[in-house]
Each structure stands twice: as C-alpha cells, then as structure tokens.
Design a protein around this ligand. Sequence first.
Ligand SMILES: Cc1cc2nc3c(=O)[nH]c(=O)nc-3n(C[C@H](O)[C@H](O)[C@H](O)COP(=O)(O)OP(=O)(O)OC[C@H]3O[C@@H](n4cnc5c(N)ncnc54)[C@H](O)[C@@H]3O)c2cc1C
Ligand code: FES
Length: 264
Amino acid sequence: MPVLIKAPVLLNEQVGPGIFLMKVHAPAVTAECKPGQFVHVRTTSERDPLLRRPFSIYRKEKDAGNLQLLYEIRGKGTSLMAGIRAGENLDLMGPLGRGWNLDRKPGTVIVIGGGMGTASLLALVEEFCSRKGFKIRAFLGFREKKLVIGAEIFARAGAEVTIATDDGSCGYRGPITDLLPRSVRGTGPFYIYACGPQAMLRRVAEFCELEGIVGEVSLDHRMACGTGACLGCSCRVKKKDSWTYSRTCVEGPVFTTSEVLWDG
Ligand SMILES: Cc1cc2nc3c(=O)[nH]c(=O)nc-3n(C[C@H](O)[C@H](O)[C@H](O)COP(=O)(O)OP(=O)(O)OC[C@H]3O[C@@H](n4cnc5c(N)ncnc54)[C@H](O)[C@@H]3O)c2cc1C
Ligand code: FES
C-alpha cells in the first residue's frame, strides 16, 4: 500500500554534473517497495510546481529504513529538490507503479541503462545478486565520461559492467545497445531489463523480438497524479489485434517489450 509521508532527509549531495543523490528515512516505503517502483515527490511546499515529480527507487536500505533517490536537475522541480538540506522533510508518496518481474529461474540477467535510467536498475541488480544461480551483466550508456554515474556501485553489487558513451570518452563509442547481440548470444537463458531514453528502449525491444524473447522496459513518461486518476501518463499498448491506452503510473512504468507500441 502506498503511503503519503514527510520523510526526513538524511543526505542530499551532488555526485556528478547536475546529478544528486538523496537519502531519506522512509521505513514505511522501504518495507513495501520493489525494484522498478517509484515515489512521487513534492519538490517544494510552495505552489509552483504544484504537481509531484516521479523518481525511481534507486536503492533501499531495508534494515535502516532508508531510501535513496538518484536524480538529475531538469527543470524547476528538480532544481528546488537539489536545494533541500539534510534535516528538512521530503513530502513523498509511494511506493507506486508496477516494478520489474522478479519471478525468474536461475540464468543470466542483463540490465541495460541509459543515463538516469540506470536509477531504476540498481535495486534490481542488488536483488538478483543476492540470489543463487544468477549471473548479472550491466550495460550502461551515457553521453560522456563525466556523466558516468554508479558504474562502480553496480560492479560492487556483483554485476559485470560494460560502459558505452556517445563520444567514446569512456568505454565503447556509440549506443550501448550495439553491444547486445555479441554479448548475449550463446549465454543460455537470459532476462532483459532496460530503462533509459525511448530510442534505446525501442532498440532493446527490437532486439528482444529478433531473439524471440520477452524483455522488460521501464517507460519514462511525464506524470501528474501518479495514482491512475488523471490519465495524463497514458501510453499505447497492444491488445489482441488492436491496441489500447495504459497508464504508465499504475500498469507501468514497467511493461514487457512485446506489449509496448512505439510511436513514430
Ligand atoms: C517512473 C519515473 C521514474 C523516474 N525516475 C527518475 C530518476 O530516478 N531520476 C531522475 O533524474 N529522473 C527520473 N524521472 C524523470 C523525472 O521525473 C523528471 O526529470 C522530473 O519530473 C523533472 O521535473 P522538473 O520540474 O525538474 O522539470 P520540468 O520543468 O517538469 O521539465 C524540464 C524538462 O524535462 C522534460 N521532462 C520532464 N519530465 C520528463 C520525463 N518524465 N520524461 C522526459 N522528459 C521529461 C520536460 O519536457 C522539460 O523539457 C523519472 C520519471 C518517471 C516517469
Ligand atoms: S499520472 Fe495520472 S493517471 Fe498516471
């Protein structure tokens, strides 16, 4: 059950260019949340912006009841959020949405993250690394070297990490999805989870279709209510021979690669 709380902020520090890590004490959320779910945050007690902003649950420290969010300054809401100090409260609602499918037999877990999309994948990696019989590979793509965030945390959790940057300043030069075919073939049963820009997710979905497997993608849609009431976050999904709208905040943000209809 989602809760609406004022969570004490324990830490809110810059970890990269315009990128912040916030830690809040929210035991009621950490007790319930699953990898891939999100929290909906009021970034200010003033009127503007009025709407909450969604952030993936980056990491949970279940025993301590703490929750970590990794976020990038994009506009007014996230700028205000970056100004919140330790000791203040964060008004948040969560956990919300449908997270990643964790019901898997031992095999290879492949996570593909683009930019801040990686924030949705660390908790998933930590979950599978804590289980027996799973090999975890993380393919993380960024625009440039200075924006590479969290790679060592994924590695410390137990994932084999491969990096790509658009300009080649770190790791492979080009889209991280270029590396999928040669990395995946011949490794036996595998599961694909991806979060990042739409173009990347679309390529992941095409790859899954080619390989005859069903992967999972987390969609980054703008949200308003976050609870299924306003329909503002609707995306198109396949339904039998036709299609229908689905609410990213309730039926998602995680969808299977076979159900999403990619626009354009
Ligand atoms: C389920 C979910 C989980 C998310 N998790 C994270 C996370 O862990 N870390 C993180 O940094 N961000 C995450 N985001 C994106 C984050 O919610 C937005 O960056 C934030 O709402 C921007 O608020 P703002 O007021 O700063 O910017 P605004 O002033 O609202 O917008 C600034 C610019 O960013 C664009 N923008 C805003 N929201 C989105 C969006 N959702 N998708 C694409 N473009 C957008 C706007 O069109 C505009 O150009 C997530 C989004 C969703 C839907
Ligand atoms: S944001 Fe309102 S229905 Fe999803």
